[in-house]
Design a protein around this ligand. Structure first.
Ligand SMILES: Cc1cc2nc3c(=O)[nH]c(=O)nc-3n(C[C@H](O)[C@H](O)[C@H](O)COP(=O)(O)OP(=O)(O)OC[C@H]3O[C@@H](n4cnc5c(N)ncnc54)[C@H](O)[C@@H]3O)c2cc1C
Ligand SMILES: *[C@@H]1O[C@H](CO)[C@@H](O)[C@H](O)[C@H]1NC(C)=O
Ligand SMILES: *[C@@H]1O[C@H](CO)[C@@H](O)[C@H](O)[C@H]1NC(C)=O
Ligand SMILES: *[C@@H]1O[C@H](CO)[C@@H](O)[C@H](O)[C@H]1NC(C)=O
Ligand SMILES: *[C@@H]1O[C@H](CO)[C@@H](O)[C@H](O)[C@H]1NC(C)=O
Ligand SMILES: *[C@@H]1O[C@H](CO)[C@@H](O)[C@H](O)[C@H]1NC(C)=O
Ligand SMILES: *[C@@H]1O[C@H](CO)[C@@H](O)[C@H](O)[C@H]1NC(C)=O
Ligand SMILES: *[C@@H]1O[C@H](CO)[C@@H](O)[C@H](O)[C@H]1NC(C)=O
Ligand SMILES: *[C@@H]1O[C@H](CO)[C@@H](O)[C@H](O)[C@H]1NC(C)=O
Length: 536
């Protein structure tokens, strides 16, 4: 039984991987992109739209599609199109995108938290839903109640998403065995296939269909109005543009400044919001650049802690101190269920064990560690950590990662939870079902005793990839997700979460994009879209 190190076993294999990729049988030509996707930055430069959405990720795509039902929308994404990239679309390459990252163009961008934990975020249309495990599970009714969303609209928005990109997965032999392992470890009851977040062992939904093709949030754009939707890819937003309205002294967002993702910082372009004469019908800029991207863009635009902005010579627009605060990542520990690397087919997890009053979530997949070798980690996450950290700029180049600290396990209760998690994890990987299936004999000593388990946690804490925060509701944005202190600007993505929605967040972020889109249409008097959620 090996230990998954935080310094990351997913090491550098670019050259071999490139060889594999260059032998893909066929790639689609650019002509097969949906018509609303363009990478022609000059064509967009200088144009105006009713809404500008920054970040074509998990939440940004459904938001753009929804607003385009009544308004003209520009969606700007720093990465490229997912549609011709087997690393994104093909289940048999699950996990490979994380192995092969580079500074400016790979679909996954790696980052390392200040405490040294390796992590990733999506850099492609579809965002992190294009590189993730694709496990789809709704938030619990309890979570929806806590955040104060409209229950009926939440239900409609989940259904809208599910009718387009969610599938009931086939349960592979390893997933079947893992499911048994969870039950043998006492994670009851067995709930079968369900999208609900329930205590016990279940099969969740997946964004991979049964032909092995991933459906990212970019597929939700197809539900939009193609004539009123423009998606600009390979373009990185550098900062937002603001103006003063002299009669009210209000500061309004009126556009964005962006660069070619592979271009020079000096060569920037602008796009604007349509200006109506009556200020109540102004459009908005909406940030959906993710937990790292959205606070980063606010800081680069002069919205944030004044002393920090001063360090980078960014002129202050609004001294909103909470920007970048409250960053959180659910601590995770992982163990290999298998004894050694083999060349198996990679497998995203489709079963989950949800234990201890919804506090722990355990999954097991098959991940590549090199082009010809896989391992079988089982990983467990703590859903309600108390530890929080922060995000700061590390550069004024918007393509560079901001610096982020999560302070994993810094609160005693998190360490306590981790010790319990590590015990449960051991029970699962040593369960009869798993041991017999893999033929692994666990001869080494079991970790035991509080001290040994605590030191295991400290040395091996890693990410479950559910990091969130940085633009929290109630501190950076209000209940309607509008940024405090300025007008015409909202944030809609994982940066607004004060806690991860218990379960895996992708479902709820896709839902949130649709939900906020409909809320905005309603605010502006369009109630007729409300009954058109399902496929025509
Ligand atoms: C490896 C991995 C595995 C995961 N597995 C699962 C899973 O199985 N199930 C699950 O529910 N969740 C999973 N998650 C978590 C989930 O995918 C994320 O929480 C979620 O996708 C985040 O959505 P978001 O909209 O907040 O941000 P994102 O989807 O990351 O979107 C942000 C977008 O903004 C773009 N952007 C950023 N900055 C700029 C800029 N300056 N200009 C233009 N564009 C910009 C980015 O390129 C990106 O496309 C996983 C995450 C990872 C990384
Ligand atoms: C496109 O948006 C404009 C507002 O900018 C609106 O008047 C028009 O009806 C929309 N067109 C479609 C086809 O929805
Ligand atoms: C967009 O960027 C990606 C990554 O650098 C690149 O592979 C792709 O060719 C670019 N697309 C266009 C149309 O420029
Ligand atoms: C808005 O007005 C204030 C004070 O009048 C000024 O300091 C600030 O620079 C102006 N901001 C913009 C974006 O024009
Ligand atoms: C706008 O700000 C200026 C300077 O701070 C002040 O003199 C003026 O009264 C303000 N106007 C309104 C409408 O609040
Ligand atoms: C704004 O007002 C001007 C002059 O009254 C008019 O020509 C223009 O069409 C108006 N614009 C909009 C978007 O209503
Ligand atoms: C900020 O400006 C000062 C003075 O112009 C300069 O010395 C300093 O290097 C700048 N800092 C950064 C981070 O650009
Ligand atoms: C992968 O390939 C390398 C080099 O060709 C070889 O040494 C290694 O044994 C292979 N690993 C597996 C798991 O097949
Ligand atoms: C900040 O940038 C420097 C230099 O570019 C780099 O060495 C460092 O690792 C970065 N820090 C973080 C926390 O990303």
């Amino acid at each position: 039984m090996g230990i998954l190190h935080k310094t990351h076993l997913l090491s550098i294999v670019s050259i071999l991987l490139l060889q594999i990729l260059s032998s893909f049988p066929c790639t689609l030509s650019q002509g097969s992109w949906p018509p609303y996707i363009t990478s022609d930055i000059k064509e967009i430069s200088g144009k105006s739209f009713d809404y500008i959405i920054v970040g074509g990720g998990t939440a940004g795509c459904p938001l753009a599609a929804s607003l385009s039902e009544k308004f003209s929308v520009l969606l700007v994404e720093r990465g490229g199109s997912p549609y011709e990239n087997p690393l994104v679309t093909d289940r048999k390459y699950y996990g490979f995108s994380l192995l092969n990252t580079d500074e400016y163009s790979s679909v996954a961008q790696s980052f390392i938290s200040r405490e040294g934990v390796a992590n990733h975020r999506g850099r492609v249309l579809g965002g992190s839903s294009a590189i993730n495990g694709g496990f789809y599970s709704r938030a619990s009714p309890d979570f929806v109640k806590r955040v104060g969303w409209d229950v009926e609209l939440v239900e409609d928005a989940y259904r809208w998403v599910e009718s387009r990109v969610v599938f009931q997965p086939q349960v592979t032999p390893w997933q079947f065995v893992a499911e048994f392992g969870f039950l043998e470890a006492g994670i009851f009851p067995y709930n079968g296939y369900t999208l609900e977040h329930l205590e016990g062992t279940k099969i969740g939904g997946s964004v991979f269909d049964n032909y092995g093709t991933r459906h990212t949030s970019a597929d939700l754009l197809e539900a939009g109005h193609p004539e009123n939707l423009t998606v600009l890819v390979n373009s990185t937003v550098r900062n937002l543009l603001f103006c003063n309205q002299s009669d009210t002294n209000e500061t309004w967002a009126y556009g964005i400044s962006f660069i070619k993702s592979d271009g020079s910082l000096e060569e920037s372009y602008e796009a604007y919001l349509n200006r109506a004469n009556d200020s109540t019908s102004f459009g908005e800029v909406i940030l959906a650049a993710g937990s790292l991207g959205s606070p980063q863009i606010l800081l680069l635009s002069g919205i944030g802690p004044p002393e920090h902005l001063k360090k980078f010579n960014i002129s202050l627009l609004s001294g909103l101190r909470e920007v970048g605060q409250g960053m959180q990542d659910n601590p995770c520990v992982a163990l290999f269920a298998d004894a050694k690397p083999l060349n198996r087919l990679p497998e995203p997890p489709v079963v989950a064990g949800i234990a201890h009053d919804l506090k722990f979530i355990i999954e097991a997949g098959i991940l590549p560690i090199s082009p010809n070798a896989t391992r079988m980690p089982a990983a467990i996450k703590y859903a309600f950590p108390a530890s929080r950290g922060s995000l700061e700029l590390n550069s004024t180049d918007p393509r560079q990662n901001p610096a982020v600290t999560f302070n994993y396990l810094s609160q005693e209760e998190d360490m306590k939870a981790c010790i319990e998690m590590a015990q449960l994890l051991q029970t699962v990987v040593r369960s009869p079902a798993v041991s017999v299936f893999l033929g692994v004999e666990h001869q080494e000593d079991e970790l035991s005793g509080v001290e040994e388990l605590a030191s295991f946690c400290k040395q091996n804490v890693r990410t479950f990839y559910h990091y969130h925060g940085g633009c929290g509701v109630g501190s950076v944005v209000d209940e309607d997700y509008r940024v405090y202190g300025v007008k015409g600007l909202r944030v809609v993505d994982g940066s607004t979460f004060l806690e991860s929605p218990g379960t895996n967040p992708m479902a709820t972020l896709m839902m949130l994009g649709r939900y906020q889109g409909i809320k905005i249409l309603r605010e502006r008097g369009h109630f007729d879209t409300l009954n058109t959620q399902d496929h025509p």
